[in-house]
Design a binder for this molecule. Structure first.
Ligand code: CA2
Length: 156
């Protein structure tokens, strides 16, 4: 009797988490290290991949300076098979009712992430439209905010 074929992959399928970064976060590590730290977005991606592997997850990191692109990625996330989204919307956090609506509209949990603690900064950063719809918020821990947010996503 012929041997049955091996499974397509010996690795059990791992839940995928989408990490979205908004405007100017591509500049991380180059300016304002006193506020945002020295880690680049690539460094944060590497940190997340290492922790995701320990947690049995996979991460995919994206960045855009365009509000509409962030909206498209949020709307497509469930269809692309992601289980949750970590979102640092940058300054759109404080201005985008469109992001608030999108987070409310999609079926996936979205965890708001910030490197700094906006509540301890200028008054105009105290309002978060993203936070009004997000399942959770992690802020003020520098690059570690993303890692803690990933751990929260794993626990969901
Ligand atoms: O603390 C955060 O993660 C923020 O989302 C960062 C945003 C800011 O508008 C939010 O209030 C809080 C700004 C990101 C800009 O990133 C830069 C990185 C390097 C140099 C300049 C800006």
């Amino acid at each position: 009797m012929p041997a049955s074929p091996p499974p397509a992959s010996s690795e059990p399928s791992r839940r995928r988490i989408l990490v979205l970064n908004g405007p100017n976060l591509n500049l991380l590590g180059q300016r304002e290290p006193d506020i945002y730290g020295h880690a680049t977005l690539a460094d944060i991606g590497a940190l997340l991949e290492a922790r995701a592997s320990e947690l049995g997850l996979r991460v995919e990191c994206r960045q855009s300076n365009h509000e509409g692109v962030l909206l498209d990625w949020l709307q497509q996330a469930a269809g692309e098979g992601f289980a949750a989204v970590l979102l640092n919307a940058g300054a759109y956090t404080h201005s985008s009712i469109a992001l608030l609506d999108a987070i409310r509209a999609i079926a996936l949990p979205v965890i708001e992430v910030h490197l700094s603690d906006p509540s301890q900064r200028e008054e105009f950063r105290h309002l978060s439209y993203v936070g009004m719809a997000a399942a959770d918020t992690v802020q003020g821990l520098g690059a570690q905010s993303y890692v803690v947010a990933l751990e929260r996503a794993a626990a969901l």
